[in-house]
Design a binder for this molecule. Structure first.
Ligand code: SF4
Length: 276
């Protein structure tokens, strides 16, 4: 009788996430993002305000106990001042004892530019309000040609990493993203990982790209390509924890096991979505 190979049946741990979205509108116009909308220029066109603090508070009160991480994110709005975002973090921290990943270098840059306030001061105030780390942003690929093609209004890749690294100085460890999409070339992925490996990150999130109506050709990755991507990330980023961001609805147990074998340290699955 031939001895059978036994495969591990356990996957790395799953963390339940509550995602708080301040607004689903963003002027940045990244071509792949369904938040991407211009600030209207016509006189009577309105963009709804960001999530009211009272709504965030009441929704947090009914959040499942199994939530282990809160992510606060949003599109970029010119309307609300920084104090609104700081108060939102404070509201969340008042009702939740776990880690709170608040915003990303893109938002920090916007507040810095619009309100002319020093970056370190903004970061310190987010920390004071209760944030525990900086988020990886929405699909930040640090290959400048890729940014120029699909997100031409973003800050340059080097500016993004510089801002993110300032988080270490203020007690907001930064995280970064590896985007999983078949349409990214192997060379782009390699360059992105090489840039990431030159810096220090609290953790890396692998985000499965979901195609949007605007760009139907931007397909998500095959599971084997995804495993390869996680293994490549593990090889270049050594001891940095890697979390796979699951798409809406989650992924299968088998897929989690395969990704764990490839080097994933955990999975983030969304349990609650709080939006305006
Ligand atoms: S990816 Fe981020 S910055 Fe770009 S349009 Fe979407 S929300 Fe705005």
């Amino acid at each position: 009788m031939v001895a059978s190979q036994t495969y591990p049946l356990e996957s790395a741990p799953l963390t339940g996430v509550a995602k708080i979205t301040t607004t689903r509108h963003c002027w940045m116009q990244c071509r792949f993002c369904d938040f991407s909308q211009f600030i209207p220029v016509l006189f009577d066109t309105k963009i709804p305000p960001c999530l009211p603090l009272a709504d965030a508070k009441s929704r947090l009160a009914t959040m499942p106990d199994s939530v282990g991480l809160i992510k606060i994110r949003g599109g970029l709005s010119f309307r609300e001042p920084f104090t609104y975002f700081r108060s939102l973090v404070r509201t969340v921290a008042d009702g939740f004892n776990g880690p709170i990943q608040a915003f990303s270098p893109i938002e920090i840059n916007q507040w810095h530019r619009v309100e002319q306030r020093p970056v370190r001061e903004l970061l310190s105030e987010l920390k004071w309000a209760g944030a525990t780390g900086l988020g990886p942003g929405g699909s930040e690929i640090l290959v400048q040609s890729w940014r120029d093609r699909l997100s031409p209004h973003r800050i340059e890749a080097t500016a993004w990493t510089t801002l993110a690294q300032l988080g270490w100085d203020t007690g907001l460890p930064p995280s970064a993203m590896v985007l999983a999409g078949q349409w990214l070339s192997a060379a782009d992925i390699k360059s992105h990982l090489q840039i990431l490996s030159a810096y220090s990150w609290h953790h890396i999130e692998v985000k499965m790209f979901r195609s949007v109506a605007l760009q139907p050709e931007l397909e998500p990755m095959h599971i084997l390509s995804l495993c390869h991507l996680v293994a490549e990330t593990r090889e270049l980023l050594n001891d940095t924890p890697i979390y796979v961001n699951e798409p809406p609805g989650g992924i299968s147990h088998d897929a989690r096991i395969m990704l764990t074998q490839a080097g994933a340290d955990g999975f983030y699955t969304t349990l609650e979505a709080i939006e305006p």
